[in-house]
Design a protein around this ligand. Structure first.
Ligand code: ACO
Length: 329
């Protein structure tokens, strides 16, 4: 089937108001420094959800903004696909809570779990649903309350993450604009390099789990770093090949915002200069699968993405999973 099949017609974001700076870690007893965090990751501050702010509520804020820009009513949505690693409840999906919140009564709603790559996975699934005629108009959201699953006593991880949501409305393409290529891969052999060992069906929550803190994120940072650079570079190449484009054809690259060093290495691999790379990890930290749709919405608002811009997105996350997509806006 000839692309573009599906186009982005509206974007939005939902960001908690509360900002936590690198200096604020001292107040919660974390031995770290602003300089260490900036040098290793590029992160200066992140937004942290407060009581009452949930994965669903941030998603709803992002979704409403995207629907307004797209002039789409909740009743027009055929599907809601929400990527998250931080579902509000284990059953049912956060997507159905979002459906109820929006009043999107006609929609089929479900979550996708592919960690930081999840939003690109969700976009690829949504494009397929439009291609097969299952749906015409789909809300695709990435929403993450990472503050609820990170170990606030582990300085090697807790300084890296933040909370937030981003959303787009994807609709059948009517012009030459839309998704030009997509690519997805995973390698479950490497699952234990970034994971939550317990708290699921295999090792359910118990007093021991809570005490040992094995329900929280564990990460082999150096290994993750190495694989992230390699896999994101591969993903960027594949999206360019499939679309028959080169780095020179790309107006803007939006990599998953995990770490500025990973971003720089990926951009260099694809010969994309840093002035064509969108970076907001300094202000948001790593918001997992929300990071790319948040960045898209900001870039649209600032006019960095314009009518006709060709944008390469690339992500990597737990699983490991990695993915890429090129969209003409
Ligand atoms: N503040 C101060 N010191 C710290 C901190 C901290 N917050 N965290 C760790 N350290 C110390 C360690 O204890 C260690 O001390 P030691 O040498 O005395 O043992 C030292 O700093 C070096 O630790 P490393 O883990 O080797 O540091 P590294 O240079 O690898 O940086 C980091 C760590 C930032 C986690 C890096 O490996 C990284 O960015 N990895 C990628 C992780 C990532 O992005 N994960 C996100 C999920 S996947 C994704 O979204 C792509």
């Amino acid at each position: 089937m000839k692309r573009p099949i599906a186009a982005v017609i509206g974007t939005g974001r939902g960001i908690p108001l509360t900002v936590m700076t690198n200096h604020d870690f001292a107040a919660i007893g974390i031995e770290t420094s602003h300089e260490w965090i900036v040098e290793r990751s590029g992160i200066v501050e992140r937004h942290i959800a407060q009581d009452g702010e949930t994965t669903c509520s941030m998603a709803a804020t992002a979704a409403r903004a995207a629907m307004e820009k797209a002039s789409v009513q909740a009743g027009q949505l055929d599907a809601i696909i929400l990527s998250t690693a931080t579902a509000d409840r284990l059953l049912p999906s956060t997507a159905v809570d979002l459906q109820a919140e929006l009043g999107a009564s006609r929609a089929a709603a479900f979550d996708i779990g592919a960690a930081c790559s999840g939003w690109l996975y969700a976009m690829t699934v949504a494009e397929g649903m439009i291609a097969t005629g299952v749906a015409e108009t789909i809300l695709v959201v990435g929403s993450e309350k990472m503050s609820s699953i990170i170990d606030w006593k582990d300085r090697a991880t807790c300084v890296l993450f933040g909370d937030g949501a981003g959303a787009v409305i994807l609709q059948r393409a009517k012009t030459g604009k839309g998704i030009l290529s997509s690519f997805m891969r995973s390698d479950g052999q490497l699952a234990n390099l970034l994971y939550r060992p317990a708290g699921g069906a295999a090792i359910p929550m118990s007093a021991q789990v809570l005490e040992e803190r094995t329900h929280l994120v564990k990460m082999a940072g150096r290994e993750v770093f190495k694989h992230a650079v390699r896999s994101m570079s591969e993903a960027a190449d594949r999206a360019l090949d499939i679309a028959r484009l080169t780095g020179a054809d790309i107006d803007l690259m939006i990599p998953h915002q995990a770490n500025v060093r990973i971003i720089e290495a990926t951009a260099k691999h694809s010969s994309i200069p840093m002035d064509k790379v969108y970076v907001n990890v300094d202000r948001f930290g790593n918001t997992s699968s929300a990071s790319i749709p948040i960045a898209i919405d900001e870039a649209m608002e600032k006019g960095v993405i314009r009518e006709g811009s060709t944008v390469l997105m690339v992500a990597f996350g737990a699983g490991f999973t990695w993915a890429s997509m090129i969209i003409r806006f």
